[in-house]
Ligand binder design. Sequence first.
Ligand SMILES: O=C[C@H](O)COP(=O)(O)O
Length: 314
Amino acid sequence: MERKNPGTDFRLDWFENIQVNTPAAERRATSLAARRSLKKEWQAAWLLNAVRCIDLTTLSGDDTPDRVARLCAKARQPVDAGQLAALGVEHLTTGAVCVYPTMVAAAKRALRGTAIPVASVATGFPAGLMPLDLRLAEIRYALDQGADEIDIVISRALVLRGEWAALYDEICEMREACGSARMKAILATGELKTLTNVARASHVAMQAGADFIKTSTGKEPVNATLPVSLVMLRAIRDYRDQTGFAVGFKPAGGLRTAKDALNWQVLMAEELGRDWLRPDLFRIGASSLLADIERQISHHVTGRYAGAHRLAAG
Ligand SMILES: O=C[C@H](O)COP(=O)(O)O
C-alpha cells in the first residue's frame, strides 16, 4: 500500500486556536441520524460499499491462528455469492483484515492469492504504555511478519498534558518505522476528555504523516461516536485545505448494525463528499458489524431474514 500523506513540519498555528462547540457537534450528529432518508433500493448498494470498507477485526486475548483463518475466509467472501449475483456484483471482499502482530503470519497465509491487506495493531495496543523503543520494535516485528498496514495508538498522556510537539515527534518516529506501509493513527478519543483535544490530536497525527486517523481501539469505555467522528472529519477537511492531502478516516469500536454503517457513510458523504467513500480513504473497524449487514442484504434479496445459523460468524 502506498503512502498518501507525506506529513508536514509541526504547525501549532494550524490548530492551537481550534475550540470545538460540543453541544453544536452533538446537535449536528443527532440531526444527521434523524434526517437520514436513504431510499430502500439504495440501501443495499450502500451496505455493499460498507462491506468493501470494513477492516474485519479480531483483537481478543484468546485469538488463535485458526480463528484468524476463519476470519480471513470471511474477508474473502463476506457476502453469499448468490446474493451478490442477485445484486449484480461479481466480486467483493472486505477492505482488510485487522489482527494482533502475532497473528499477522496466519492472516497472510490465509489470504494468499488475494489483494486483501493485513493490518496489524502495534505500539503497545491498546494502551500504548510501553517504552517508545519497544513500541517501534513492535511495528518492525509486525512488518517483518508481513503486515501491509499498521494501526498505531497515540500516547493519551501527551494529549491530556497538551504536549503537542512531543506527540508529533513520537508519531513521526512511528511513521518512520512504518516505512511504506499505510499507517493509521488511533486517537482513543474516549480517553481524550474533550472534543477540542480530539480535533488537535487529529491535526498532530496528520501533520506527523498518518494516512488515516482512527477513533478508537474498541477497548475504551466509549468508542466511535458520531460527534467525535464529525470533529475528526472536519480536521481532515481542514488538513486537505491546508496541504492538498487527503487523509482517510476509520471509525472503530462499537459499530455493530447496518444502520451504523449507513449513518457513518452519510456523515462521510456530507462532510467530505462521496469520493471519500472508498477503501483507500474510509475503513470501518469492526468485529461483528458484518453479520448484521449480511442479514439486511439477505432480507433485501430474499424478502425475509435468514436464520442466524445461515450467516457465518464474523
Ligand atoms: O478496530 C477495531 C475494533 O477493535 C473493533 O471493535 P468492535 O469489536 O467493537 O467491533
